[in-house]
Design a protein around this ligand. Sequence first.
Ligand code: GLU
Length: 288
Amino acid sequence: MKNWKKLLAALLAGAMCFAFAACGNDSGATSDPGAQGSQTSAGDLPTDVQAIVDRGVLRVGVKTDVPGFGYQDVLTEEYSGMEIDLAHKIAETLGLSDVEFTAVTAATRGQLLDSGDIDMVIATFTINDERKESWNFTTPYYTDAVSLLVKKDSGIADYADLEDKVVGVSTGSTSMEALIAAAEEAGVTLTPEANFAEYATYPEIKTALDAGRVDAFCVDGSILSGYLDDSVEILDSIRFSPQEYGIATALSNTGLAEYLDDLINTWLGDGTIDQMISDNGVAASFQG
Ligand code: GLU
């Protein structure tokens, strides 16, 4: 009898051990890498962020023609700028050494996000309500002003001087809308039909300005600074419409969006972003 009781106790203890071990396995190492409790080098990550880590490469859409923000040297093919630094810093935080950059324009960056070709866009992408319906945006990491690039002898000094002029803007950008609104506030009416010509790329606008097909090139000051040469100037007298730049992700990537927003807020708070701004010779954010 005594032996029988001992045997039962041993069996029960064994069964409990077995159940406990199985249970421990369940909550500890799951087959879903994105699930809570999975052990990764970066800790518990949302599924969409974990998928990037598992892939081993961060895919980022950047500008290649905006000095100080996203720029690619034509000879060395090296990328530089604060948006490039941001991409590397995000990758480093995820434990990734590999960043794959894709050149984007104002017209292509949204499509590239939607198609899943890239994980995020860090490309002078202005946050506005309309765009927030299509993509997630982080807290702004920089604010720029819209301005005009004109020939040095243009005689353009204020909004009224634009009434009989044609301004080159990029398709898919906020520039035309912003200039019409700013001129309207100054009592000047500009219309898309009479005062604007749209181009697919910024180099095409600069060529049109050089050839006299447009009288001014309108976009964010950061972008205009890439087109300065001896014959043109950026107008100090016309700076308007603060453009807040955010990192954009596809609407379905909610985990990634939150993750990036936390990073941006941390880096705004601890001076990391200020450091990137000064390292890249970028002017301090526009204060309006
Ligand atoms: N930042 C503006 C925009 O998002 C200008 C265009 C551009 O970034 O290329 O529309």
